[in-house]
Design a protein around this ligand. Structure first.
Ligand code: PEP
Ligand code: CO
Length: 450
């Protein structure tokens, strides 16, 4: 294999990258970015890697979630608080069900770039570059908005820093009450046929928290610091490499734009630029694995990815996020599990039940059905159990807001309801209630059987 450098990806084919018309501006913008302070630190990255290593062997459980794409305009206090709140509450439900410590990782503070199926979008008004996420261009369909602007990378970096700054402050204070079910919005529970069971879960979490507080005489928020780590798809390589650095007293290069970057399904080609870039960074990394290859091709793909990205079997280094869809998971997942096993190395396996279950309604709205998402997760849990393999986590597109983007759930949202509160510019997300309900439903299923 050729020697890695922070620029060696430039010699490979980089797909899903915007065509910046002004190359001088690109050089100038990435130069400025490279001089900025990092967003995260190498010791946080190493701490997360250790926790992921435990998740891979069933001692912890990863909860990863957030928007499909963050938008610059939603970098607001309430949106950030609500996202932390839903992740924290889901994590408590999962701790309760799984009896495992939960690692909370947001798809936030940098999830601004999106792969698109076509470089251009054609409308009656004409043809323009596709919208690649706020870090690249703007969604409005006019030439100025859609022209990729490298200075938006600086704006994305700043939004990430602002988001992280607020998250860190919330963790250090002011966030305490969100532990307690008394503060959760649970009106939806009574709409569910499982209302009694859900009330029992919530009461039991409340009792455990009160018990711990009585026992120790201090509030839960003071006993255990709530950690949140960040992740995003490491798609936009000029941005990722500008924030990749050597740090004093550590060996190697760290991508300091996020703790846990992942490679999307569309950019995971073994000879492509993304795999080249990711192989040289010291962060824990994930790769999305979906039905883009057939089950019989999976062993070869898995073997190559593991060889390149995980040659030393370093604990916590590699995660595969599988996203096969509820109709295909039984066909693919056993093959993936077997292929990973055959490499002889330890890989964390996580289920993303969102990206294989996207539909378009008759009126042309992109949505997902709660029951399909749940079905993929339940099948994945059962398949892992029957293969004696570890499902080490889940990956959701969700928001703490009251949006209507996915149908179903206790309130039974229908296709007609989607018009009322559809805000995502890309994929549909579970709303607050649907996300909490999903956590309750899978927590039961993940409960230890002994
Ligand atoms: C995503 O996570 O938003 C995404 C595009 O996923 P995938 O690469 O799995 O399609
Ligand atoms: Co998405």
């Amino acid at each position: 294999m050729t020697e890695w450098s922070n620029d060696s990806w430039r010699n490979k084919s980089a797909t899903h990258q915007p065509a910046y018309p002004d190359q001088d501006a690109l050089t100038e913008a990435t130069g400025e970015l490279a001089a900025m302070p990092p967003l995260v630190t190498s010791w946080e990255i190493e701490a997360l890697k250790q926790q992921l290593a435990q998740a891979a062997v069933g001692q912890r459980f990863l909860l990863q979630g957030g928007d499909c794409a963050e938008s610059f305009s939603e970098c607001t206090s309430s949106v950030i608080i609500n996202k932390l709140k839903i992740l924290l509450q889901m994590s408590l439900v999962l701790v309760h069900g799984t009896h495992r410590r939960v690692i909370r990782v947001g798809r936030f503070a940098g999830q601004y770039a999106k792969p698109r199926s076509s470089d251009t979008e054609v409308r009656d008004e004409g043809t323009l570059p596709s919208y690649y996420g706020d870090i690249v261009n703007r969604p409005a369909f006019d030439e100025r908005s859609r022209t990729p602007d490298p200075w938006r990378m600086l704006r994305g970096y700043e939004r990430s820093a602002l988001t992280l700054n607020f998250i860190r402050s919330l963790i250090d204070g002011g966030f305490a009450d969100l532990h307690h079910p008394e503060y959760w919005q649970l009106d939806f529970v009574d709409h569910s046929s499982r209302a009694t069971e859900f009330h029992e879960i919530v009461e039991s979490i409340g009792e455990s928290l009160r018990f711990m507080e009585t026992l120790s005489g201090i509030s839960v928020a003071d006993i255990s610091r709530v950690d949140f780590y960040t992740s995003h798809e490491g798609l936009l390589l000029p941005y990722e490499s500008a924030l990749t650095r050597c740090v004093p007293r550590r060996h190697g290069w760290y991508n300091l734009s996020t703790h846990f970057p992942w490679i999307g399904m569309r950019t995971a080609g073994i000879d492509d630029a993304h795999v080249e870039f990711f192989r040289g960074i010291r962060n824990p990394v994930a790769v999305k694995v979906g039905p883009s290859v057939s089950p019989s091709e999976l062993p070869a793909v898995v073997e190559q990815l593991v060889d390149v990205l995980h040659p030393d079997d370093e604990p916590g280094r590699l995660t595969f996020i599988h996203r096969f869809g509820h109709q295909r998971v039984t066909e693919y997942l056993p093959a993936l599990i077997e292929a990973v096993r055959a490499t002889g190395r330890t890989v964390l396996l996580v289920c993303d039940p969102m990206h294989g279950n996207t539909l378009t309604t008759d009126s042309g709205i992109k949505t997902r059905r709660f029951e399909d998402i749940l079905s993929e997760l339940e099948q994945a849990i059962d398949i892992h159990a029957s293969c004696e393999s570890v499902l080490g986590g889940v990956h959701f597109e969700l928001t703490g807001e009251n949006v209507t983007e996915c149908t179903g759930g206790a309130r039974g949202l229908t296709d007609d309801d989607l018009r009322d509160g559809y805000r995502s510019l890309v994929d549909p997300r579970l709303n607050y209630e649907q996300a909490l309900e999903m956590a309750m439903l899978i927590a039961r299923r993940l409960a230890p059987t002994v």
